[in-house]
Design a protein around this ligand. Structure first.
Ligand code: ZN
Length: 196
């Protein structure tokens, strides 16, 4: 396995549309090796998720981990919102180190994808996992969280930690599924002090 370099904002690779993975590629050793490397890179950089274009590979592959669960790979994912409900939450990105911004995401989505083994992977996600999936899948279309962020909400990480979020988040009802919006850890695919 290998730790891959993460492209930072300004690198053109982050602004391209990634190509679908053909079905006959799933079994190839090179593809499986890439999936291993993507996961290792995410863990090494202390990210919650990582998308292939972030490591200079124009393929529609993302990996993420929700809490202490197993890593989940999504290949060729398609997201369908299951309601119009949007929720604001702060996000960070390994490709934009040390920046935080508030982004509205669909609260409830369906994901149609394949796993790294090529088998169909269909599920619904709600709240924080839905946010992570939307953030990572945006990378496959050349979209960064900063494109969707409220400009007044942007903050460098040290200032974010020192002064708190510049733009308040809406008060939420008690609901475990929506704890992303008031989480102490707003990172999606990363952003530690160590990164810069
Ligand atoms: Zn990101």
């Amino acid at each position: 396995m290998a730790v891959l370099n993460v492209a930072r904002m300004g690198h053109p690779v982050l602004r391209q549309i990634a190509a679908p993975v053909p079905l006959d590629v799933f079994r190839s050793r090179a593809f499986q090796q890439f999936c291993d490397d993507l996961l290792e890179s995410m863990l090494e950089h202390d990210g919650t998720g990582l998308a292939a274009p972030q490591v200079h590979e124009q393929l529609r592959v993302v990996v993420f981990v929700i809490e202490d669960g197993d890593p989940m790979f999504l290949v060729n994912p398609v997201i369908t919102p299951l309601s119009d409900e949007l929720r604001s939450g702060y996000e960070g990105c390994l490709s934009i180190p040390n920046l935080r911004g508030k982004v509205e995401r669909y609260m409830h989505i369906r994901v149609d994808a394949r796993g790294r083994d090529g088998k169909p992977c269909v599920f619904e996600a709600h709240g924080w996992p839905a946010r992570v999936v939307q953030h990572e899948c945006d990378h496959l279309d050349g979209v960064l969280f900063i494109d969707r962020a409220d400009p007044k909400s942007l903050a460098f990480l040290p200032e974010y930690r020192r002064f708190g979020p510049p733009v308040a988040l809406p008060k939420l009802p008690d609901d475990e599924d929506v704890d992303d919006s008031n989480s102490d850890d707003p990172e999606i695919d990363g952003g530690d002090e160590d990164e810069s």
